[in-house]
Write a protein that binds this ligand. Structure first.
Ligand SMILES: *[C@@H]1O[C@H](CO)[C@@H](O)[C@H](O)[C@H]1NC(C)=O
Ligand SMILES: *[C@@H]1O[C@H](CO)[C@@H](O)[C@H](O)[C@H]1NC(C)=O
Ligand SMILES: *[C@@H]1O[C@H](CO)[C@@H](O)[C@H](O)[C@H]1NC(C)=O
Ligand SMILES: *[C@@H]1O[C@H](CO)[C@@H](O)[C@H](O)[C@H]1NC(C)=O
Ligand SMILES: *[C@@H]1O[C@H](CO)[C@@H](O)[C@H](O)[C@H]1NC(C)=O
Ligand SMILES: *[C@@H]1O[C@H](CO)[C@@H](O)[C@H](O)[C@H]1NC(C)=O
Length: 809
């Protein structure tokens, strides 16, 4: 056997590929004939290209010096891979070859001649390997008979007309940007149902279609055992079990792919011909937390609005860099020792119930779990009395209405509150040590004044509607957000959900603000007061005086705002909606607004480095609003007054989402009428009938950037004898070309004279200032389409980071 392999390798080395006489780089070909090969050294030049040019096949770099043999979308900006021959065994970046051998097989060889992968066609009449317009790589004979095709060996992606069948499954990649096999599978189960399954090292768990329902309730059929499904050219997918879904941009002539992504969601994508980016046009799971296995054992998934995993109290993350490894107990649980049950409110762990009974009292349910040493916890639903004793805790999710988990904890572990497993520490402080479950009434007593449960309902309803809209619109930015990046600290996630965002009573706010005594600001939308909550947190309380919305409307919109969480956005902690009062409660940001720091004569001058960091922070906040969070949140009123600075001078944008609240339809054209004093920040399209998009914020950001550089309001500038409001911007646009020339000239003081704050006394980075100025000018372009997106702005700013020597601080 071994001798065989060695001989084979030796033979290959000797026979080698008859050099690359006709593997000419750059020449477009779509076929390898017998004896032809591709060398890894020429990975960029020597590739097969489908006749229409939509697909390429060749060596694809996966890491430094590591390559796979793959097919990718030639017209996608990031060369998205559609198929990989050797996803789990990459080959060396030197000496590896892929070729169609004389024995009729397509073979991939590593540096040492070892065959890493091959088609099963040796000894057949096959004479070519050909990349077709469909993205299918076929090995065929002279008569055109296909003896092998890549379509039969899918990896994580199905292309139109590539079927998924009885013997094939899609397996996700293991992480973003990697090709290695991960734990998620799409396959036909033994009931003939097309399923998504987490198939991890410890457990397997199906999560799509809805695992709570039987197949008939999910509109599937188990009676057709042909087990076949495919996506057609129009963007419609159908399978033998009656799975049916459509791309939101149905029609021919669009490049599409159906990919089981690394995060376990199955998504249908369409390629935007313009910029080569993918748009999501359908997704199996609107809620990312419904994917099983994401947070591992004991981990609890929450959606904030990016996905976040956390561990319950008494547990720590096994591997902070890899949440699929979940959490581990900080205590052990021995059989027979005295225990109590710690409650995790509004949490459910899916599956692993060893008994399920309805209409039990909680005491009975508790007893069942107590009696069984393998029982780790039980879930209990008030009302229906559903009891789920669990032998293992996986797929935790929150918030989960009506369902609470009661975790078995040894009595010797004293630090877990038996009443409420509180993830934040200060919201609920019931510390009785009692080995019995707190009764329902006291549970609601404890929680009742802290969390409005109606809020959870509206939270979920709104979340669902919004996510449904994303799919229809075909733009699932939330899913593009990297879950790893979104995984906030263990406690933070829960804190946000359970302790921080909530409804306040009017009396409570009246007390906190000393009957609205300490007025700290006036904005277009209302008056702001400072206050202090019982727990010591300083708050800013904004009375939205002109709001007339019905309570439910206001509440649901507030819950949307409550889900927004970013370090450069002012954190909204809650709201009050009583009688005619509509009040917003947010964190109090110490240093007040940017206009005071930048234009105000009093206080220390903002140094160059601080200004740069403020620009970056504001760009991050806006990019989050536009791209990561909820696309339709256009701020509409970006100006220094709405940028607050904390003690470290980190900027936090305020008043986001409010404009939408104030005027639903037109993204607040009323801003225009209200904002006479600050007209300079408003994009020209406000005055026309053009739609208002995120690009309006980009314009305003451009103005703020100019002001950060200059330390003066744009409307007060005088350039070449022109000044006031829009004039400066017009001048900038007209002189853009001239400026570009000049900006490259390091020695020029022209820019410094005209645009940089003289108070800095030349203590600034010339390079940064020049680049920021250039960026600002592109942001204030007349045509919204020519302005960069906030993501691009942010990237550009971040690329300047290296040029801030400490001396500019
Ligand atoms: C290539 O893709 C474009 C859409 O991106 C499509 O219109 C065109 O028909 C495709 N070409 C071929 C040859 O399939
Ligand atoms: C080729 O494929 C056939 C059927 O799929 C299989 O029986 C055979 O073992 C394969 N041979 C090799 C060398 O993989
Ligand atoms: C089973 O599914 C296949 C593929 O979707 C379809 O062609 C066939 O008609 C179905 N059979 C029955 C009995 O519905
Ligand atoms: C998908 O589109 C087809 C028409 O092409 C329609 O018959 C079908 O009902 C649609 N399915 C869904 C789930 O919208
Ligand atoms: C499940 O619980 C019920 C109610 O206590 C009990 O009668 C039954 O024996 C239990 N079943 C198992 C398998 O433990
Ligand atoms: C524990 O609960 C029992 C009854 O549920 C009660 O009598 C007892 O006083 C409680 N102990 C403490 C320390 O609260």
């Amino acid at each position: 056997m071994r001798v065989h392999t060695i001989l084979a390798s030796a033979f290959l080395l000797l026979a080698s590929w008859p050099s690359s006489t006709h593997s000419a780089s750059g020449r477009r070909r779509n076929t390898l004939w017998r004896g032809d090969s591709i060398a890894v050294e020429d990975a960029s030049g020597d590739v097969l290209v489908s006749p229409g040019g939509n697909f390429s096949c060749g060596f694809y770099k996966v890491a430094t010096n590591a390559y796979t043999f793959a097919i990718w979308f030639a017209r996608s900006a990031d060369a998205t891979v559609a198929w990989t021959a050797n996803r789990d065994a990459p080959v060396n970046g030197h000496g590896s070859r892929a070729g169609f051998r004389k024995d009729a097989s397509l073979v991939l060889q590593d540096l040492d001649g070892r065959v890493v992968w091959s088609t099963n066609t040796s000894g057949t009449q096959a004479d070519r390997a050909q990349l077709l317009d469909t993205g299918n790589l076929v090995v065929a004979d002279a008569a055109g008979r296909v003896l092998w095709q890549s379509f039969d060996w899918p990896t994580d992606t199905l292309l139109p007309e590539q079927p998924i069948t009885r013997y094939k499954r899609l397996v996700s990649a293991s992480a973003r940007g990697l090709l290695y096999s991960g734990y998620y599978n799409l396959y036909f189960d033994s009931n003939n149902i097309l399923n998504l399954m987490y198939d991890g090292p410890e457990i397997s768990s199906n999560y799509w279609p809805d695992p709570f329902k039987q197949w008939w309730e999910n509109d599937r059929t188990a009676y057709n055992n042909s087990r076949y499904g495919s996506l057609d050219r129009h963007g419609a997918f159908s399978a033998s079990d009656q799975t049916q879904f459509n791309s939101s941009d149905m029609g021919e002539g669009v490049t599409r792919r159906l990919t089981l992504d690394y995060d376990g969601n199955l998504r249908l994508y369409s390629l935007d011909g313009g910029d080569g980016r993918w748009l999501v046009t359908w997704a199996a799971l609107p809620r990312a937390c419904d994917v099983h296995g994401v947070c591992g054992r004991y981990g609890v998934c929450a959606y904030l609005p990016a996905l976040a995993c956390s561990c319950p109290e008494g547990f720590v993350a096994s591997d902070a860099g890899d949440w699929s490894k979940g959490c581990r107990r900080e205590f052990d649980l021995r059989c027979g020792e005295p225990v109590y049950f710690a409650e995790m409110p509004s949490v459910d762990y899916w599956g692993f119930d060893f008994n399920y009974t309805r209409r039990l009292t909680m005491e009975t349910c508790r007893q069942i779990c107590l009696d069984d040493c393998n029982c780790e916890a039980f879930g209990y639903k008030m009302g229906t009395g559903e009891c789920y004793p669990k032998i293992s805790l996986w797929n935790g999710g929150a918030p989960n209405i009506n369902q609470n988990i009661f975790l078995k904890v040894p009595t010797r572990v004293k630090n877990l509150s038996p009443a409420v497993l509180d993830f934040h520490g200060h919201a609920c402080t019931v510390h009785e040590q009692n080995a019995s479950v707190v009764s329902a009434s006291s549970y609601f007593h404890v929680r009742g004044n802290k969390i409005n449960f109606v809020y959870f309902y509206s939270f979920l309803a709104v979340a669902f509607v919004v996510e449904a809209i994303f799919i229809v619109v075909g733009y699932l930015f939330v899913f593009r957000a990297d879950p790893a990046a979104g995984r906030v600290g263990d406690e933070e996630g829960y804190a946000l959900l359970f302790s921080q965002f909530r409804r306040f009573a009017y009396d409570e706010l009246s007390d906190a603000t000393g009957k609205f005594a300490d007025k700290v600001g006036w904005g277009a939308s209302g008056t702001v007061y400072k206050g202090v909550l019982d727990d010591g947190r300083s708050i800013a309380v904004k009375r939205l005086d002109d709001l007339t919305q019905a309570d439910e409307v206001f509440r649901s919109e507030m819950s949307m705002i409550g889900r927004i969480n970013h370090m450069n956005l002012v954190r909204v902690w809650g709201y009050c909606s009583e009688h005619s009062h509509r009040i917003l409660v947010s964190e109090f940001v110490e240093k007040g607004s940017l206009d005071k720091a930048l234009f105000g004569g009093d206080g220390a001058l903002l140094g160059w480095h601080s200004r740069y960091r403020i620009a970056v922070g504001v760009a991050k906040g806006l990019a989050y609003l536009h791209h990561e969070c909820l696309e339709w949140i256009v701020h509409c009123d970006v100006k220094p007054e709405n940028i607050l600075l904390d003690a470290e001078l980190e900027p936090k944008i305020t008043d986001f989402g409010l404009v939408k609240l104030l005027s639903r339809d037109a993204c607040g054209r009323l801003v225009l009428s209200r904002a006479q004093g600050t007209r300079g920040y408003i994009a020209p399209e406000w005055a026309t009938s053009l739609p208002i998009t995120g690009k309006a914020d980009v314009y305003s950001f451009g103005i703020v950037l100019l002001e950060l550089i200059r330390g003066q309001r744009v409307c007060d500038w005088v350039v070449d004898g022109r000044g006031g409001d829009d004039d400066v911007v017009v001048w900038l646009r007209e002189n853009k070309r001239m400026m570009n020339l000049d900006l490259d000239d390091e020695s020029s003081s022209w820019m410094e004279d005209k645009f940089v704050d003289p108070r800095l006394r030349s203590d600034f980075s010339h390079l940064q200032a020049a680049a920021m100025l250039e960026l600002a000018v592109s942001c204030v372009d007349d045509d919204p389409n020519r302005r960069p997106s906030m993501n691009v702005v942010l990237e550009k700013l971040l690329s300047l980071e290296d040029d801030t020597p400490a001396r500019y601080a």
